[in-house]
Design a protein around this ligand. Sequence first.
Ligand SMILES: Cc1ncc(COP(=O)(O)O)c(C=O)c1O
Length: 407
Amino acid sequence: METKTAAPTPREIKEAEARHLFQTYKRAELYCSHGEGAYVFDLEGRRYLDFLAGISVNNLGYGHPRIVRALAEQGARLVHCSNLFYNQYQGLLAKKLAEVSGMARAFFCNSGTEAIEAAMKIARAWGRAQGGAGKAKILSLNNSFHGRTLGALSITAQEKYQAPFRPLVPGVEILGETTVAALEAAFSDEVCALVLEPVQGEGGVFPMPADFMRAARGLCDRHGALLVADEIQCGLGRTGKWFGFENYDVRPDVVTLAKSLAAGYPLGAVLGGEKVAETLRPGDHGTTFGGGPLACRLALEVLSVIEDEGLIENARETGDFLMGGIAGLGRVHPAVGEVRGVGLMIGVELGGIAKEVVDRLLGKGIIANATHDTVLRLIPPLVVTKEQCEEFLAMLHAVLGNIEAER
Ligand SMILES: Cc1ncc(COP(=O)(O)O)c(C=O)c1O
């Protein structure tokens, strides 16, 4: 039987959105229809090579047959049954995530920002249990991004996001700079947690300095605070390891996940080590949708595909290849500044032309993104091939050449 969902034209879509949506997004002129592998197709059938992957969500690419099968089978069986009852997959997914992360327990929610909210509640509950009501301070880093709900926004240290919504949640201190000295100065026994992204994403693709990560672990231990790794963007294979923190010799106490976890179906998770295993008790936290059977079955399939197809190794190898290629372009195009990143999470400093480069790439059938105004952010699906990286590099070369010729 046919569904009754309308199939509107681009014009109808744009008009309806302009009139009836809160205008929270500045959309590019791309009307997505469907996808296949690393490619997205628009409503007119034009093909785009996707070097953004839905902002690190579509890590298996589009239309992966195992995901399509799991969606169809589980969609027909059971989408939701509430957390008042058991479903087949939530416990299994928690077990698998414990295996790959070294954590002990999971709580499932529906987005990254909710995973951060849960981590903040774990931090506050942990602090209270260890040191009473005074041990409630949460430290976060300049330039960080942890989400948009009021709790998550309070530790998202970017003025443009915070300013319109003050007052925010109290008991948060933002480090002015990501240095060991600043961290030492901010730490005290009042701190219950330090939250950081092992590789900052929205802030412009900045891997944490190794000495900073080591100091973070040491100071958390000395002051009885939790180290929370926000792996929402950099986790699940993207950096060439299961988790971004594995690129350092440091193990966090709490890990947040979302984005690619269930292949685009909304699912977030907070994972906690043995130390915090008893922190949340019945009634302390909950959500209607989190950890539903469809989301968890999809996530189990995602983790299994990552292993079966060697996608972590692919992220490392194609990431190195891509980074090398961009560094090569830097030798011929003066606009290319620092190239940094890990695995398939790469940032390219392009100064004032970053947004223009992104627009022109789109015109040539490549989806990429500029973050933090000046940084070209490349986060292709983990299934991307070297040939597709070459295709991307050729287009970037052409776009940079065109811009230079016009100036
Ligand atoms: C590191 C990080 N944390 C948290 C979030 C928020 O996740 P969500 O948009 O699913 O709420 C994001 C989203 O970009 C992110 O990159």
